[in-house]
Design a protein around this ligand. Structure first.
Ligand code: GLU
Length: 312
């Protein structure tokens, strides 16, 4: 049985939501992505919503067009068709569903943010921040606010940050229940654009979820620490109702290591080359995610029924 009982969770979830599948093309898709897709398509179909596809290539240094091409091909092979933003549209050229094509969107969002919150230039390197003792126990780098009062313009080869007021963010994760986080303690003033001109994940994803009308974010638990700051930022950007979040467990290998894009044995390409069918791959991911009780083939069209009330 799925770890997620929609009959119980329905009150916490929007009906007819817009959700998104948002891979970063920094490697090939692996079973962890497919498990996320099982949740995204499954829950969305069960709730009568729409899945939006977004290529999150905000990090231009690590993203590669060949990884994007491969991800689109793998999704098609798996039969996972998005309702908003199609692989065909992305292949045609510039798209509002590809972050690297949306510089103007992030510039406009930055302008909006700067009108109501202190935004400032920052020339600190990662090393500077670490040297100030900015690494917190959970390995996250907390920015001390060193450049806050220096009056550096947010231009040129400087990073751009926004001041985060102290205080808690409270939200209810659809699966985990009430969560409380203190963004200013976790990460300090949030980096929006780095010194090389890359928009950061935190900023781009919040601006995108806002403009795309995403009202339900379904993603792995590894991103839970980012959620409080994303809720805060989305309010700062003028969104009255931030999305509902549902964080699902990550897949683990037997040794407990998190699946990574470098794990050859879990890459969708490798599984395809070894002769696996799309249904076998979806079924294995659904089982590893705890969504089905036993390994069996699962077709993309079936995903909604794995989560729907009638299935139980
Ligand atoms: N692009 C991110 C990733 O591939 C997902 C971001 C998110 O779900 O917020 O890990």
């Amino acid at each position: 049985m799925a770890p997620l009982d929609l009959a119980v969770l329905r009150g916490r979830l929007p009906s007819n939501p817009i959700t998104r599948f948002a891979p970063s093309p920094t490697g090939y898709l692996h079973l962890g992505h497919v498990a996320n897709a099982v949740y995204v398509w499954g829950v969305t179909r069960a709730l009568g919503g729409r899945v939006l596809l977004r290529v999150e290539d905000h990090d231009r240094g690590r993203s590669r067009p060949e990884y994007e091409a491969a991800a689109l091909e793998d999704l098609e092979w798996l039969g996972l068709a998005p309702d908003l933003g199609s692989p065909a549209e992305l292949r045609r050229g510039a798209s509002t569903h590809r972050q690297s094509d949306c510089d103007a969107v992030y510039r406009a969002a930055l302008e909006k943010l700067a009108a109501s919150a202190p935004v400032y230039g920052c020339d600190c390197s990662r090393k500077d921040i670490a040297a100030e003792g900015g690494d917190t126990a959970d390995q996250e780098t907390r920015y001390s606010g060193r450049c806050r009062e220096r009056g550096l313009a947010p231009t040129g080869a400087r990073g751009i940050r926004v001041m985060l007021e102290p205080g808690m963010e409270r939200f209810t994760d659809a699966l985990l229940g009430p969560v409380t986080q203190a963004p200013s303690e976790q990460c300090g003033d949030l980096l929006l654009r780095d010194r090389t001109g890359n928009w950061t994940y935190q900023f781009a994803v919040v601006a995108d979820d806002g403009r795309h009308g995403v009202d339900l974010v379904i993603r792995g638990e590894d991103l839970l620490p980012s959620t409080g700051r994303q809720v805060r930022l989305s309010r700062m950007l003028g969104r009255e109702r931030p999305p509902v979040f549902l964080h699902h467990p990550l897949l683990r290998k037997e040794d407990g290591a998190k699946l990574s894009k470098s794990s050859g044995d879990t890459g969708i390409r490798e599984l395809r080359q070894a002769g696996a069918s799309p249904e076998t791959v979806l079924g294995r991911a659904a089982w590893l995610a705890g969504v089905v009780d036993a390994v069996r083939p699962v077709a993309a069209e079936e995903l909604g029924s794995l989560f729907s009330d009638e299935a139980r």
